[in-house]
Design a binder for this molecule. Structure first.
Ligand SMILES: [Zn+2]
Length: 276
């Protein structure tokens, strides 16, 4: 499932390539893929101009000049790519926008359809119920805000995954951030020292920024907006590496389940109950 770095990578490419462009036509082949506003999306988007592309947590928020907006959720297998207008339309392309001039098409494919698009002719105000419950963005959260989050008696990994507390982190980057900060994923948030909490805040930002710079992680379906795979998966230090040697200490990376999610850590570098 695309997390913050993957969606940020797509948002940056869209900003470069489609911001300021007018939408010449809209093709909707699966009306139920548009979860809100399906009846008006074609008519209202055609002729409108892309004003801004933002990322909200793990989702994309596309603002139009008219004040309308589209929220795009990539789900598990969703791909949003910019392609030449003459490129063949692949199966499971549910929605596409043709841009004026040579800018090509923005195409949304999602074979499993866990993702979707919410179209709000009234813009942000109407979309707020989709966005309101998100915590501060993980790429921008301050150390002070992060320390304030670490209050409850729940495993720190559960806290990192809770989008209402901090928005954008999923399973991959929770595991990678905890390894970076040398913190065991089951450590209770309020048992971390303030130094640990500060170090983890810095690790979260560092890991996410680096992942954005490498275009995110491609494990299965995710591709960047230009259709190429992300590269950060080569730099994973614990995620998906159970049974392989730790890059720091050579101990075997372990896999456990935390918050119903597969969780990877080094038992030596991330000891439970003690802090580096
Ligand atoms: Zn280790």
């Amino acid at each position: 499932m695309p997390e913050l770095p993957e969606v940020e990578s797509i948002a940056r490419t869209l900003r470069e390539r489609i911001a300021g462009r007018r939408i010449a036509s809209v093709r909707l082949s699966r009306p139920d893929f548009v979860r809100h506003g399906a009846g008006s999306i074609r008519k209202l988007l055609t002729g409108d101009r892309v004003a801004a592309v933002k990322r909200v947590g793990k989702r994309l928020w596309i603002e139009l000049e008219s004040g309308a907006a589209c929220l795009v959720h990539l789900g598990m297998s969703g791909r949003l790519t910019i392609e030449r207008a003459e490129a063949p339309t692949l199966p499971h392309t549910h929605l596409s926008f043709r841009l004026e001039g040579e800018a090509g098409d923005v195409r949304l494919r999602d074979p499993r359809r866990f993702g979707g698009v919410w179209f709000f002719p009234e813009g942000r105000t109407a979309g707020d119920n989709q966005l309101e419950s998100l915590g501060p963005d993980a790429l921008e959260i301050s150390t002070r805000e992060f320390v304030q989050l670490c209050r409850g008696r729940r495993p720190i990994k559960s806290l990192l995954l809770d989008q209402r507390s901090i928005a954008g982190i999923g399973n991959i980057y929770a595991d990678e951030s905890l390894f970076d900060a040398r913190i065991h994923p089951l450590t209770l948030a309020d048992e971390l020292s303030t130094d640990d909490q500060r170090r983890l805040a810095a690790s979260v930002r560092r890991v996410l920024r680096k992942a954005v710079n490498f275009g995110g992680s491609t494990l299965r379906d995710y591709v960047r907006a230009d259709g190429t795979a992300g590269e950060f998966q080569r730099l994973h230090r614990v995620y998906g590496r159970d049974g392989q040697p730790c890059v720091r200490c050579k101990a075997d990376i372990q896999r456990i389940v935390v918050a119903q999610r597969s969780t990877h850590y080094c038992p030596t570098c991330q000891p439970i109950g003690t802090h580096a």
